[in-house]
Design a protein. Structure first.
Length: 128
């Protein structure tokens, strides 16, 4: 679930940023995150801006994982990232549906909390 939470965090930064350079950095991080490369989001957003986005991502990710655990969702493999992760659940339609719903919930929760609590003022400044 951290991959999905990182998407929510990236989307919150992208929709809030007024600076073109920040938007470019966030979009690059977002695109790499889709296929499992999380370092650009981690170092380019979370660690760079006060760690609040990192804490929110960890909370959202943990919440999503807890929901999956409650519904007893189990994958048939390990290590696939956001887009390919759905392949781990294609053998059981119930698990695929629940996994999809929880991944959307995780993205929305992380997006909302990041937008409300963790967007730094410095990215809200427009280009000069």
């Amino acid at each position: 679930m951290p991959f999905h939470a990182n998407l929510g965090s990236s989307l919150a930064f992208y929709s809030s940023a007024k600076n073109a350079k920040v938007k470019q950095t966030v979009m690059g991080a977002f695109m790499s995150q889709l296929f499992g490369v999380s370092e650009p989001v981690l170092f380019g957003l979370h660690l760079r801006y006060n760690l609040k986005p990192l804490y929110i991502m960890l909370f959202s990710s943990g919440l999503g994982a807890a929901i999956l655990s409650i519904f007893r969702i189990q994958s048939n493999s390990y290590g696939l990232a956001v887009v390919p992760s759905y392949l781990m659940y294609i053998y059981n339609s119930y698990q695929l549906l629940v996994y999809f719903a929880v991944s959307v919930i995780t993205v929305v929760v992380c997006y909302t909390l990041t937008k409300l609590l963790a967007i730094p003022d410095e990215i809200l400044v427009e280009d000069e």
